[in-house]
Design a protein around this ligand. Structure first.
Ligand code: PMP
Length: 359
């Protein structure tokens, strides 16, 4: 019956990717090493039994409203809750967006290399796609997206390459594809990228997706959202309500609101990651690694003489987990290293120094 034909692209589960042993130094899945704002941990909804007894608000109005107000303050936009779709992490939001927007029958475009879930969703939902090779230095050239297609997905900054695209280039992609939806996945934008949110009013075909998982230290809370024109967001809501109306719990919604209200903490923890990242980049260089300029909370590194897989295996023996990609071949000699605390990065560099000295 070919039941699982459309699942063929999913990589087998990588054992040990989420080790539960607290002694490991976990630099492999781009989480934030710092806790969320204490306001998130204090939300009073934790103690309210109605939050267990009753269904949550399926429209997630409160958090949508607060997100709109938050971004209006930041970018001088005129967003309302009707411009916001909230989901269970940005994976959920992106998956709903793929199902909503990419059913024209024409191939959608995204870069090769990019976030590994895009082709998985495309396969699952039977969406045709063409991957567009990156240029030298892992750059995305907007010119490559100027062709007839069913939609475009760009991670900006891109993952796992860490490279960010300027808003002028994003705008060119939007202009050249004005008849189809362009999704800009900004999972890492707070670490130095430039958000396309300020382009929303000018471009009706734009959907910006962000997450609480990285810069807000809330990967475990599972909150993501899309911002876009009313018509597009309403279409996403319609698809969501056809799958599962009650996605976020009351507790998640309250935590999401609390995080937005602690801007000071948010700014400080992002600055801390950026300064550790810039220091780590220098240290990697001293040890013979190269990496592109990162605008994310991770570095994409390759050693001038030691194969990535060897370093990856060695670090595991030291209880340090980084991410190694077996494919595609263009990145098989790279490691993706999440920025941890200064202590974690020091332990990483101590282990690397010992290893490289012995070589
Ligand atoms: N987009 C990109 C580019 C990512 O790297 C990730 C996380 N690995 C996500 C989306 C999904 O993150 P989450 O579901 O935790 O919001």
């Amino acid at each position: 019956m070919g039941l699982y034909d459309n699942l063929r692209k999913i990589d087998p589960y990588v054992p040990g990717e989420q080790p539960q042993n607290k002694d490991v130094i976990k630099l492999n899945t781009n989480e934030n090493p710092y806790p969320p704002s204490s306001a998130v941990l204090d939300v009073k909804e934790r103690y309210n039994t109605d939050n267990l007894k009753l269904y949550p608000d399926p429209d997630i109005k409160k958090l949508s409203d607060e997100l709109a107000i938050y971004f209006n303050g930041k970018y001088n936009t005129n967003l309302t809750k009707e411009n916001v779709f909230v989901g269970v992490g940005s994976d959920d939001v992106l998956s709903v967006a793929f199902q909503t927007f990419f059913n024209s029958g024409k191939a959608i475009l995204f870069p090769d290399v990019t976030y590994s879930f895009y082709d998985v969703w495309a396969d699952l939902y039977k969406i045709d796609y063409d991957v567009v090779p990156l240029r030298e230095g892992f750059l995305i050239d907007p010119e490559d997206y100027n062709r007839d297609c069913g939609g475009v997905v760009i991670a900006n900054p891109n993952a796992p390459t860490t490279v960010a695209l300027g808003l002028d280039a994003i705008e060119k992609i939007l202009d050249d594809n004005s008849e189809v939806v362009v999704i800009v996945d900004e999972a890492y934008v707070d670490f130095g990228g430039e958000s396309a949110i300020k382009l929303l009013e000018k471009h009706e075909n734009l959907v910006v997706v962000q997450t609480y998982s990285k810069s807000r230290s809330m990967a475990g809370a599972r909150i993501g959202y899309a911002l876009g024109g009313y018509r597009l967001i309403k279409a996403m809501e319609d698809v969501k309500f056809s799958i599962n109306s009650y996605t976020l719990s009351n507790l998640q919604i309250a935590m999401g609101v609390a995080s937005l209200r602690d801007e000071d903490y948010f700014k400080k923890s992002v600055e801390k990651i950026i300064s550790t990242r810039d220091r780590a980049k220098e240290k990697f260089k001293e040890l013979g690694f190269n990496c592109p300029d990162s605008k994310t909370n991770f570095l994409f590194v390759t050693h001038e003489s030691i194969p990535a897989v060897e370093i990856f295996e060695y670090l595991k023996t030291k209880n340090i987990f980084v991410r190694y990609f077996r494919k595609p071949a263009t990145i098989a000699n790279y490691l993706r290293v999440t920025i941890g605390t200064d202590e974690q990065m020091d332990a990483l560099f101590k282990a690397l120094e010992e290893y490289i000295d012995k070589k």
